[in-house]
Design a protein around this ligand. Structure first.
Ligand SMILES: [Zn+2]
Length: 242
C-alpha cells in the first residue's frame, strides 16, 4: 500500500506541466480568526488546515511542506486502523479470531440464536438470516465474551510483574488505538478488535498498557521496562500492525 508523500505532492503541484495525476490527500483550508496556522488530520484521512484570515498562500504552503512527514504519518496511521470494508455478514465471509481465519456460515434456526466456532467455521444461528443488525449484534456479543476471557488471561499473566492495582478494564470499540491507560485512576481500555489478533499480540498490548501503571509516559524507562519483561515486544508489535 503506497500513498504519495505530502512533500512530493507539494512539489508536484508546482510543476503544472506534469500531467500525471497523483492521488493527493484532501486538504481543506479554513480561514478563521486564529493566531497561527493549525493542522489536523481526520480519521477519514482528510487534512484540515486552519489559517489566520490574513495569511497568504505562501505561508500555507510553507507549513504544509514543513509538516509533510507528520501528515503522511498521521494518514498512514489512520489507514492502517480503518476497516477496509464493513462486514456484510453473509456466508463465506472471512472473520479473524485469535490470529486465525474462519469462514462465516449463516444458519437459519427456529429457537436459540447464537454464535459457535465449529470445524473451522464461525457459525451464526439466526431466525432471520437476512437480518443484518441481528447478525452483527450476535457476532459482536460473541467477540466481546471471548475478548473478556482472553484479555483477562493476559492481564492475569502480567499483573504479577507490574504489581499495580487495576481498577477497571474496559473493552471498547476504538478507531485509532489498540489500548489506552489512565495510570492515576488505574483504568485500562482495550480495543475489541484485538480479539482478532494472535495471543502474543494481545499480550503485547495488555503488557504495554499495564506497564503504563509503572511508567506513565513513553520514556526511556518505560521502554527499558518493556525490554526487560517482554524482550520480543517489537516483533509482537510488528505482527499486530500487519
Ligand atoms: Zn503507550
Amino acid at each position: 500500500m503506497t500513498r504519495k508523500g505530502a512533500a512530493t505532492l507539494v512539489a508536484e503541484k508546482k510543476k503544472q506541466n506534469n500531467a500525471t495525476k497523483v492521488a493527493s490527500p484532501k486538504i481543506e483550508i479554513v480561514r478563521k480568526d486564529v493566531k497561527h496556522i493549525n493542522l489536523k488530520v481526520k480519521p477519514s484521512g482528510e487534512v484540515i488546515l486552519t489559517a489566520p484570515t490574513d495569511s497568504n498562500k505562501r505561508d500555507i504552503e510553507y507549513v504544509l511542506k514543513k509538516r509533510a512527514d507528520w501528515i503522511d504519518k498521521k494518514i498512514a496511521f489512520f489507514d492502517a486502523h480503518r476497516d477496509v470494508h464493513e462486514k456484510e455478514y453473509v456466508s463465506g465471509e472471512n472473520f479473524c479470531y485469535l490470529g486465525r481465519n474462519y469462514r462465516l456460515k449463516v444458519i437459519e434456526c427456529r429457537d436459540l440464536e447464537g454464535v459457535k466456532l465449529r470445524r473451522g467455521y464461525l457459525q451464526v444461528f439466526v431466525k432471520d438470516t437476512a437480518n443484518y443488525e441481528k447478525k452483527q449484534r450476535l457476532i459482536k456479543a460473541w467477540q466481546t465474551q471471548k475478548a473478556k476471557r482472553h484479555f483477562q488471561k493476559a492481564i492475569e499473566k502480567y499483573k504479577p510483574i507490574v504489581k499495580q492495582e487495576i481498577e477497571t478494564v474496559r473493552i471498547r470499540e476504538m478507531k485509532t488505538r489498540w489500548g489506552s491507560c489512565n495510570p492515576s485512576k488505574g483504568y485500562i481500555n482495550l480495543n475489541l478488535k484485538l480479539i482478532e489478533k494472535p495471543t502474543e499480540c494481545i499480550e503485547y498490548v495488555v503488557f504495554h498498557e499495564l506497564a503504563h501503571l509503572v511508567h506513565a509516559d513513553h520514556s526511556v524507562k518505560f521502554y527499558n521496562y518493556l525490554n526487560l519483561f517482554m524482550p520480543d515486544w517489537k516483533k509482537r508489535k510488528i505482527r499486530l500492525e500487519k
